[in-house]
Design a protein. Structure first.
Ligand code: HEC
Ligand code: HEC
Ligand code: HEC
Ligand code: HEC
Ligand code: HEC
Length: 270
């Protein structure tokens, strides 16, 4: 048998491997570049036609987000309220709060002409990406995770990039952001404010076996001898310390609500 392959081909596998590694690196750098928004939206804060303050209304007055953004739990799109919602308090003869204020002039005009106030829209994902509010709200993701502390903002601004990488960061590790459903519009919520006993009692009351709850606390190890709330409290305190932690809450909710945010292209690009 002759030497079928010339000598230099001995190096071929290695060369191929190096070339592939370079191509790979090039592609991932390309992706990292390509998938980062070219400009940063964080901080974008346009001037609105009416100086409406979330700090006053959602912060100091404590109005729930859903009082005005009433579709956010039931629809893919969040709505901005109509003049009528403002008139519940600012309309002359009704609540009559500051109805003569020059700052409210455009709302009064809008009500007379029947035209909506031309609010400037800030948050927008491109048309080729699909986003739905209600699926997030009803799975324990708070407005705060995506919009920041709106209740402290005089003027709404972009708090997060809303880039694809940002969506995926949470989709890969949702436990960092899940909270009980009744806390979704409480923008001041912190896991450490939760009552640990009540949290585990609720999970047990929902029919989750104590052993399954224990397994999540113990990071996958079975907790055969765990019977009730007392036992759960003991192992949780040992693992997470005195205060309830975000990871403690998030990992339980992820497991028992079977949270599986999609990572496939087709889920968001339909
Ligand atoms: C009294 C009514 C009212 C309440 C309560 C309220 N909002 Fe708003 N919200 C508005 C109005 C009006 C606008 C449009 C003007 C502006 O951007 O300030 C708006 C705009 C927004 C926007 C920006 C929309 C865009 O254009 O992208 C976000 C995000 C938002 N609100 C979140 C919240 C959250 C979160 C809460 C609860 C903490 C909340 N709002 C409570 C009335 C309200
Ligand atoms: C639940 C009642 C309530 C609702 C609903 C409400 N407001 Fe207010 N608003 C208030 C109160 C209370 C103040 C504070 C008044 C003060 O400073 O004494 C205020 C203050 C304001 C001011 C500042 C007025 C000034 O002269 O300082 C503006 C502007 C305003 N609201 C716009 C709106 C708009 C726009 C909406 C609808 C999207 C709205 N408000 C809905 C209760 C409400
Ligand atoms: C998982 C992230 C996420 C959560 C949670 C979330 N939002 Fe949004 N919000 C977005 C994105 C992304 C947009 C832009 C949507 C688009 O372009 O259709 C947006 C847009 C909005 C708008 C503008 C809608 C419009 O058409 O002008 C409002 C108002 C709003 N959100 C309010 C809220 C409120 C109130 C909550 C909590 C009850 C909330 N959002 C929770 C990501 C989120
Ligand atoms: C802070 C966490 C978080 C962020 C940020 C987030 N998501 Fe999600 N997403 C979730 C969770 C939790 C679910 C629910 C998964 C489940 O029900 O199993 C979900 C579900 C979805 C779904 C599947 C539900 C459906 O309607 O088909 C889509 C699509 C989606 N997200 C798109 C997006 C997009 C696009 C963005 C960025 C603009 C985004 N998400 C940002 C947490 C997040
Ligand atoms: C969780 C939702 C989600 C998933 C999953 C997802 N994307 Fe995206 N993608 C987005 C959003 C949102 C944007 C718009 C980002 C922006 O506006 O900055 C985007 C933007 C893009 C862009 C345009 C990038 C640019 O810089 O203009 C491409 C290309 C893309 N996605 C491809 C993919 C591919 C390929 C996959 C599968 C591997 C994928 N996406 C999976 C949400 C998603």
């Amino acid at each position: 048998m002759g030497n079928f392959f010339p000598r230099w081909t001995n190096w071929l596998p290695l060369k191929l491997a190096i070339a592939l590694a370079f191509i790979g690196a090039g592609v991932s750098m390309g992706i990292a570049y390509y998938f980062t928004p070219k400009y940063t939206r964080v901080g974008y804060e346009p001037t609105q036609p009416v100086p409406f303050s979330h700090k006053i209304h959602a912060g100091e007055l404590g109005l729930d987000c859903r009082y005005c953004h009433s579709f956010v739990e039931v629809s893919g799109h969040a709505n901005v309220p109509t003049n009528q919602t403002c008139f519940n308090c600012h309309g002359a003869g009704k609540g009559n709060i500051k109805s003569a204020s020059p700052k409210l002039e455009k709302v009064m005009k809008a009500q007379e002409t029947g035209q909506p106030v031309p609010w400037v829209k800030l948050h927008k994902v491109p048309d080729y990406a699909y986003f739905n509010h209600s699926v997030h709200i009803n799975r324990g993701v708070s407005c705060a995770s995506c919009h920041g502390k709106i209740n402290e903002m005089e003027v709404v601004r972009h708090d997060q990039t809303l880039s694809m990488g940002w969506c995926l960061d949470c989709h890969r590790n949702p436990e960092n952001n899940l909270r009980p459903l009744d806390q979704v519009t409480n923008l001041n919520y912190q896991a450490k404010d939760l009552d640990r006993a009540a949290f585990y009692k609720d999970l047990l009351a929902a029919g989750t076996p104590a052993g399954d709850i224990a397994e999540v606390i113990l990071g996958g190890k079975p907790g055969y001898d765990v019977k009730g709330v007392e036992d759960l409290m003991a192992i949780a305190e040992k693992k997470f310390g005195k205060d309830v932690s975000q990871l403690e809450v998030g990992s339980q909710l992820k497991k028992h609500w079977q949270i599986q945010p999609p990572e496939s292209c087709a889920a968001c690009h339909r």
